[in-house]
Design a protein. Structure first.
Length: 262
């Protein structure tokens, strides 16, 4: 059988690059003696993505930043997809993972806030495909750290995976809204309050209270509370608390049904 039909063959080169400190630099690099390193290429790529977004990332841009010829970048990484995997793993190792102490709520909150802060440092993380996450050393260490927060509570291994996936998945929505609001504030000279004041007369004409009694009441209360169209940071704090409420109840009920304790 062919390699394609069996799904077996040489390990993914990206994995060798991700684990290069343990496995050694991948063999088969083309071209003359290299002037930079894989780490320098990855760090340059992260700088470009941080400054201009992931769509601005290209091998030519990286080469220009490092003073290399465009094609020489391919002697370090096979392509853009592999480079993004390396970038994701690199940023996962930027922060020393703290000890997860305290209650279950404290531990889960720490995990979510670390992810939140990472999105704010690197907004491009919200724009990439994570359906097959890069299993590099930093991503693997992070996942082990997350799972350690809920190990020993009586959850099945599959439930442990789902709980952490739920928690981390929640963070992305409020983080995206927060970053969108920040971009709008930077690009507009008009504040949210000024926008509302300018548009209030028209909104009063088109938002018939008899047709929108509930949304009108709620919208007014929310607008007065937020002094803005939305409150992404408040949504993150509130939503995180409710997600953890649900996880705590699930852990408690699972432990009770198994005759154990959380």
């Amino acid at each position: 059988m062919s390699t394609e039909s069996t799904g077996r063959g040489e390990p993914d080169r990206t994995l060798r690059l991700l684990w290069r400190e343990r496995l050694g630099e991948p063999l088969g690099s083309r071209g003359p003696k290299q002037r930079s390193s894989v780490d320098e290429v990855v760090e340059a790529a992260i700088q470009i993505a941080d400054e201009e977004g992931i769509d601005a990332l290209s091998m030519r841009r990286i080469a220009d930043r490092l003073g290399l010829k465009p094609m020489s970048v391919y002697t370090y990484v096979p392509g853009k997809a592999e480079l993004i995997d390396l970038m994701v793993d690199h940023v996962a190792g930027e922060v020393v993972l703290p000890a997860l102490d305290g209650s279950l709520r404290d531990r889960l909150t720490e995990i979510a806030r670390l992810q939140w802060e990472e999105y704010l440092r690197h907004p491009w993380l919200l724009s990439i495909d994570t359906s097959r996450p890069p299993l590099g050393p930093h991503v693997s260490d992070r996942w082990e750290w997350c799972l350690g927060a809920i190990d020993g509570l009586g959850l099945s291994d599959v439930d442990m995976d789902r709980v952490i996936t739920l928690l981390l998945g929640f963070v992305g929505g409020p983080a995206r809204a927060y970053l969108d609001a920040e971009r709008l504030h930077r690009s507009s000279a008009e504040s949210d309050v000024e926008w509302w004041e300018r548009n209030a007369p028209l909104l009063e004409q088109i938002m018939d209270p008899s047709r929108y009694p509930i949304s009108g009441r709620v919208g007014q209360a929310a607008g007065e509370a937020y002094e803005a169209p939305a409150d992404p940071l408040g949504a993150f704090t509130f939503g995180l608390a409710r997600v953890i409420d649900g996880i705590e109840r699930y852990v408690t009920s699972t432990a009770a049904s198994a005759g154990g304790h959380a």
